[in-house]
Design a protein around this ligand. Structure first.
Ligand SMILES: Nc1ncnc2c1ncn2[C@@H]1O[C@H](COP(=O)(O)OP(=O)(O)OP(=O)(O)O)[C@@H](O)[C@H]1O
Ligand SMILES: [Mg+2]
Length: 147
């Protein structure tokens, strides 16, 4: 699926629509240069998935991983944990293994910025989201689901 010249609202809406279709652990790879909106997309996805519009979702650019889980205030509606990662600062691929990503990929939703850092992509169900900049406020999005 491709969406061209998306405003920030429309990019966020695409993240919301994707979040509503996820019912099992999956790896979402966010491809795109600096400032294309990877974190904006992840934030909209995470807030929508947990139905919490004000959830604080910060960029994992410095922490590498930020984790999220079901809000205890809405029990009985169990959702997967989300790991949001930014691999930009990873220098050696074995550092990725040390994050515990293998295990996380089994049971969580993993949303990963800078997947270029993988030597070999995870052997899991993957959704690729490609973002590119058209102009200051417009982005192209391509969503590709692999089996
Ligand atoms: N149509 C748009 N979609 C997404 N972001 C937009 C759009 N128009 C403007 N922006 C702005 O572009 C910036 C995107 O920043 P964001 O942190 O999401 O980029 P990123 O791809 O995660 O970069 P990095 O590689 O540094 O992590 C934000 O400041 C956002 O407000
Ligand atoms: Mg980012």
């Amino acid at each position: 699926m491709e969406f061209t010249k998306c405003s920030i609202d429309s990019l966020e809406e695409n993240a919301v629509l994707l979040s509503m279709r996820i019912f099992s652990p999956i790896c979402i790879l966010l491809w795109g240069a600096v400032g294309t909106g990877k974190t904006v997309f992840a934030r909209a996805f995470i807030r929508s998935y947990y139905k919490n519009k004000t959830l604080r979702v910060i960029s994992p650019a410095f922490t590498i991983i930020q984790t999220y889980s079901e809000n205890e205030e809405c029990p009985g509606f169990s959702k997967f944990d989300i790991w949001h990662l930014d691999l930009y600062r990873i220098e050696k691929t074995n550092e990725i293994q040390e994050l515990g990503l293998d295990e996380a990929l089994e049971k969580n939703i993993c949303i990963i910025e800078w997947p270029e850092k993988f030597e070999k992509l995870p052997n899991k169900k993957i959704i690729n989201v490609y973002l590119s900049t058209v102009s200051e406020n417009l982005r192209n999005i391509k969503i590709e689901e692999l089996n």
